[in-house]
Design a protein around this ligand. Structure first.
Ligand code: DC
Length: 224
């Protein structure tokens, strides 16, 4: 265990409760919560606004060279973390269903992954991190001491996401939301670099049959 990093990784598809669970685990351990999805979302917004051709690797690289990302702690217990992109607070903008799809799309680009993986590894250098995403246990922190892979039935995940969106006052088309979830899973799993998959040494938890509290407790028990 000595060569392992004092890091918890929590990967899995969208809507499994990763963010809430990660925040709670981080709080219980007094570790820093690293929402890697928020970073892909912010970069997705940057590239969208720059209107770049996503096949133009050198233009993408130049654009990403200047990106500044600051993660802000969540304001309230159930809020997502905030993100400041190049000095502008984009916390709300990056959480739309459209930005979920754009984040997934740009996350398949090698230059984007290279840049963000490096940033994430820098942030995790000192350990004491709970990293949440798709590849945190497989690629970003392969030496993390505690790895989890959360999963749940797509229909259950859709219902959870619909509830979150409704709580934010947004209207929801359940069939459309389910189709987006299934497409995003498929795209995240099918990409050639750092696809969404379980690390060999990750513990799988089905969050569809457990409450958030039960999952959090089970994870903290494993961490010890
Ligand atoms: O976790 P999220 O829904 O905020 O992530 C948005 C997208 O970002 C997700 O569909 C794929 C991408 N992502 C990734 O490729 N690797 C990560 N470690 C985190 C997110």
């Amino acid at each position: 265990m000595s060569h392992k990093q004092k890091i918890v990784t929590i990967d899995g598809p969208s809507g499994v409760g990763k963010s809430t669970i990660s925040r709670r685990v981080a709080q219980a351990l007094s570790f820093t919560y690293l929402d890697t999805g928020a970073m892909y979302r912010a970069v997705g917004l940057k590239l969208k606004e720059a209107g770049l051709d996503l096949d133009d690797e050198s233009a993408l690289r130049t654009c990403l060279d200047s990106v500044r990302l600051d993660l802000l702690p969540a304001e309230e217990e159930n809020d997502d973390v905030g993100v400041v992109l190049d000095g502008r607070d984009v916390s709300r903008e990056i959480r739309s269903p459209e930005m979920s799809m754009i984040a997934s799309r740009v996350s398949a680009l090698p230059v984007v992954r290279e840049k963000l993986t490096h940033m994430q590894q820098e942030l995790g250098k000192k350990g004491e991190i709970v990293a949440e995403g798709r590849d945190t246990g497989t690629v970003v922190f392969p030496l993390a001491a505690w790895k989890f892979y959360l999963d749940a039935d797509p229909e259950v995940r859709m219902q959870r996401r619909a509830k979150q969106l409704r709580e934010k006052g947004e209207s929801v088309d359940e069939q459309e939301l389910l189709a987006m979830i299934v497409k995003r899973d498929r795209d995240d799993q099918a990409r050639s670099i750092a696809p969404l998959c379980k690390a060999k040494d990750a513990l799988v938890i089905d969050t569809g049959v457990l409450t958030i509290d039960e999952v959090t407790r089970a994870m903290l028990k494993v961490i010890g």
